[in-house]
Design a protein around this ligand. Structure first.
Ligand code: GAR
Length: 210
C-alpha cells in the first residue's frame, strides 16, 4: 500500500475525507503520519480518533523558515512516505524542502489555478464578479501555487454568495478530488515529468484532468 504523510494547519476536512476513503477500502493507502504546524489544529484530533500517529511541529518555536523546513523534512523522512499530502497546510515552503520531495509532494488549492494563488481565494473570486470558481490539485514545485495542475473541479458562484458559502461549495469538491488523485498516485498512474503532470503516460493539459 502507498504510504501517505498528511500535513495540516487547521480543520482537516480533507484529511478526514482521505481517512474515510481508506477505511471504506476504496483507497489502498495508509497514512503513516499527520503533521500540523499549529498545536490546536482540529485535524490532529481527527488523526488521533482514527489511530494515526499525529504530531505538531510548531513553527513559532523555530528561528526562521529554513530552520523549520529542515525540521519538517527530517520528521517526514523518518516516516518514509511515498507521497506527502498538503491538506490545508498554510505555510510557504522553501525550495530546499520542495526539491527534497520532487514528484512526491501534492497540494490542494481552493481556486482554478493559475487564478488566485495565495490567500483569500473565495473572497477574491466574489470581488471580481467571477461566475465560476473551484479547486485545483497540483504537484508542488518551488513556485508558490505554481506547480503543474493534475485536476480541477468547477463550482458556480451565485449572486449574493458569501466567502463562507462559496468555500463550503468548493470544499464539497475537495473531499471528492483529493482521494481520487491519491488513488491514481497509489496505482502508479500519476507522475510529474518536465514540470508536467502525467496520467497514464498522457501529459495533462495545463488546467489538469477534466
Ligand atoms: C481547504 O479549502 C484547502 O483548499 C485550503 O485550506 C482549506 C483547508 O481545509 N488550502 C489552502 O488555502 C492552501 N493555500 P481543511 O483543513 O478542512 O482540509
Amino acid at each position: 500500500v502507498t504510504k501517505l504523510c498528511v500535513l495540516i494547519s487547521g480543520n482537516g476536512s480533507n484529511l478526514q475525507a482521505i481517512i474515510d476513503e481508506i477505511e471504506a477500502e476504496r483507497l489502498p493507502a495508509k497514512i503513516v503520519g499527520v503533521i500540523s504546524n499549529r498545536p490546536n489544529a482540529f485535524g490532529l484530533e481527527r488523526a488521533k480518533n482514527a489511530g494515526i500517529p499525529a504530531i505538531c511541529l510548531d513553527h513559532t518555536r523555530y528561528e526562521d523558515r529554513v530552520d523549520y523546513d529542515a525540521a519538517l523534512q527530517g520528521a517526514i523522512e523518518e516516516l518514509q512516505p511515498d507521497v506527502i499530502v498538503l491538506a490545508g497546510f498554510m505555510r510557504i515552503l522553501t525550495p530546499e524542502f520542495v526539491n527534497a520531495f520532487t514528484g512526491k509532494l501534492l497540494n490542494i488549492h481552493p481556486s482554478l489555478l493559475p487564478k488566485y494563488k495565495g490567500l483569500n481565494t473565495h473572497q477574491r473570486a466574489i470581488d471580481n464578479g467571477d461566475k465560476e470558481h473551484g479547486v485545483s490539485v497540483h504537484f508542488v514545485t518551488p513556485e508558490l501555487d505554481g506547480g503543474p495542475v493534475i485536476i480541477q473541479s468547477r463550482v458556480p458562484v451565485f449572486e449574493g454568495d458569501s466567502a463562507v458559502e462559496l468555500a463550503e461549495r468548493v470544499q464539497e469538491q475537495e473531499r471528492r478530488l483529493y482521494p481520487l488523485v491519491l488513488s491514481w498516485f497509489s496505482a502508479g498512474r500519476l507522475t510529474m515529468r518536465n514540470n508536467r503532470a502525467i496520467l497514464d503516460e498522457q501529459e495533462l493539459p495545463e488546467s489538469g484532468y477534466a
